[in-house]
Design a protein around this ligand. Structure first.
Ligand SMILES: Cc1cc2nc3c(=O)[nH]c(=O)nc-3n(C[C@H](O)[C@H](O)[C@H](O)COP(=O)(O)OP(=O)(O)OC[C@H]3O[C@@H](n4cnc5c(N)ncnc54)[C@H](O)[C@@H]3O)c2cc1C
Length: 374
């Protein structure tokens, strides 16, 4: 028996990027569950935010943009962002009737459906779709660099993705690896608890003086966009904007908490070591070394370029115009994800307008249950 279900669009991921896409699909007459489905393998609403460490309060995030059509207002800055965002996304999904299916894990997307359709294989059966919006973020692919001797380390190694907050490191000697926002935040949090901290990064960190203006943001996005256009692996937008130099960071530099050392050359059973013989003993190595796009399920489509990335023009994959990447590369921020969701849907609508019968059917039967703001 063939249990494959047919839709026009499958959205994978219900983080900022997937929900923005679903909102715009809905607004333009695509009906949830009939014309499109949103699939997400996490247990609840919130995208990756639901997994962020409890001490990452809403007041500490760098600027979270509301989803389109419903503002996030009056959030208590002292509450964990994981809770604030999960509650906001719950309300959002319900207000716009987005009917996210979870937990549904997408295992592979393949060519070969009837009429040029894609087959989306999941833990809950197969979907056949005309187009795909991939909004799977990066959280599921933490990046761990490899260093000689790593497997001999007798202490604990963990990645930012499993960072539980600073209390767990009381009295420990911690080496933090990585020059991004997470690394510096970990160090500043750990300082009052840990017996000692050491900060190592491959390149000297770049601190950004002055406010984060729209021009700074645009220039950073343009840099990442250029890489994606050339089929190179995207760097995070944050990695090209530099680290904000606010009062807390200035104080941490003055206190010696953010005293960067060059990257060590090897890991020993009881710490790390540099080529010149210098050593630091450690109980914990905390890898704040970032994330990569979680796109393994797209592997059967062979979208990757020799450079290692997926080439995209706007949100559309150059190698396969049925695929849109939202929240990927230049749109991997809350504001970028909002815009990319809208752009992807505009593109999909343009394609589907070329098929008048289906478009007319949608216009006849689409009955939004809530009024959706522009
Ligand atoms: C520590 C940290 C702090 C950040 N702070 C900020 C900030 O302050 N401001 C900002 O703009 N950006 C910030 N970012 C960037 C942030 O990740 C993005 O802005 C945005 O939240 C990402 O949204 P997304 O929808 O692309 O991804 P996610 O929120 O990661 O959502 C992806 C969803 O896809 C699902 N998924 C993944 N793979 C599959 C699969 N195979 N099958 C089914 N479902 C799948 C996941 O369950 C998840 O729900 C931060 C990132 C990190 C790591």
């Amino acid at each position: 028996m063939n249990n494959t279900r047919e839709v026009e669009v499958v959205v994978i991921g219900a983080g900022q990027a997937g929900l923005s896409s679903a909102y715009h699909l809905r607004r333009t007459g695509f009906e949830p569950e009939r014309d499109f489905v949103v699939l997400d393998h996490s247990p609840g609403p919130g995208g990756a935010w639901q997994f962020r460490w409890p001490s990452l309060t809403y007041g500490k995030v760098h600027g979270m943009h509301s989803l389109p059509g419903m503002e996030l207002t009056d959030a208590d800055p002292a509450r964990p962002s994981s809770q604030v965002v999960a509650e906001y996304f719950t309300a959002y999904e319900s207000a716009f009737g987005l009917r996210v299916r979870r937990p549904v894990d997408v295992r592979a997307v393949r060519d070969g459906g009837e009429g040029g359709r894609l087959l989306v294989e999941t833990s809950d059966g197969t979907w056949s779709t005309r187009t795909l919006i991939n909004a799977t973020g990066t959280w599921d692919r933490p990046f761990w660099p490899r260093y000689p001797g790593q497997e001999t380390f007798r202490g604990r190694q963990l990645h930012t993705a499993r960072y539980p907050g600073p209390e767990a490191f009381a009295g420990r000697r911690v080496v933090v690896v990585g020059g991004g926002a997470s690394g510096t935040q970990h160090l500043m949090e750990l300082a009052p608890y840990a017996a000692a901290t050491t900060w190592v990064t491959r390149r000297p960190p770049v601190f950004r003086e002055g406010p984060f203006t729209e021009d700074v943001g645009r220039a950073a996005v343009a840099l990442v966009e250029e890489r994606v256009r050339r089929g190179l692996p995207p760097r995070s937008v944050v990695s090209v904007t530099g680290l904000p130099l606010d009062d807390a960071v200035r104080q941490a530099i003055a206190d010696g908490v953010l005293d960067r050392q060059p990257m060590f050359d090897r890991i020993t059973p009881d710490g790390v070591q540099w080529r010149d013989g210098r050593r630091v003993e450690a109980d914990v190595i905390l890898w704040a070394t970032g994330f990569r796009p979680a796109v393994d399920h797209l592997a059967p489509l062979k979208l990757r370029e020799p450079g290692g990335g997926i080439r995209a023009e706007g949100t559309r994959a150059v190698a396969d115009p049925r695929i849109h990447l939202v929240g990927y590369g230049p749109s991997a921020s809350t504001i970028g994800a909002n815009r990319a969701g809208r752009a992807a849907v505009r593109d999909i609508r343009r394609l589907s307008a070329a098929e008048p019968a289906r478009a007319a059917q949608r216009a006849d039967t689409a009955r939004p249950t809530v009024s959706v703001a522009a």
